[in-house]
Write a protein that binds this ligand. Sequence first.
Ligand code: GEK
Length: 242
Amino acid sequence: MSAKDDLYAREQDRVARFSFDERVVGVFPDMIKRSVPGYTTTIDMIGVLAARYARPGTHLYDLGCSLGAATVAMAALTPADSGTLVGVDNSPAMIERCGELLREQGLADRVALRLGDVAAMDFAATSVAVLNFTLQVIPLAQRDALIKRLAQATVEGGILVLSEKIRFEDPDQDALQRDWHHAFKRNNGYSDLEISQKRNAIEDVLIPETLAEHERRLRDAGYRDVQLWFRCFNFVSLVAVR
Ligand code: GEK
């Protein structure tokens, strides 16, 4: 069980830039479920999609794995010989806790955990790659190259699952969708103060793009079919097939 996220419950003189540190790790499962509409559905369907697309002799990558929720979902629904499962994150605190959780679940031998920057790593032959709300926190300037290298490493018929918070071109639609997202958070017990302090903390860290920008990047990188399989307010998940 993770602790309740109350990191922004008290008024702060100066809200520091958000980082995936020990304090966030301690509350992360609660934070992400109460903040991201459809998070549990994306995790469950990543397992389903991995079962459908994993190929023996390839790799299944969970990029920006945090505490390994998507890794565990893939491990649960794929046989051990269906590819090498690799979880990568550049937060030492996340990787340390993720390793403990995998050991507790008897998955330490099944998953190779790596501390590193997904924008700088090399990918081996890939059948399933997952960026579940990770690309949004990678600097904009690095996104094209990362997706291109992933596409190049992906075997024919392999997939990338890309889940993201998005923005809308039309300012009115963007404001409306953000209002609905904040209503979702309020309904999950976050106060207006928590919502606004978190928004300030994450403003320069989480840079959302439009759905059209994501689709264009995926096609330009060489994915032949791009399907939107999930959307709730300003959160989407896409499957891109190589
Ligand atoms: C989940 N996928 O539970 N390289 C590696 N990891 C990174 C990088 C990078 N360059 N930048 C950020 N991260 C998870 C949720 S959270 C999304 C993903 C969120 C890591 C960062 O340390 C964090 O663990 C994760 O990406 C983003 O399905 O909290 O909004």
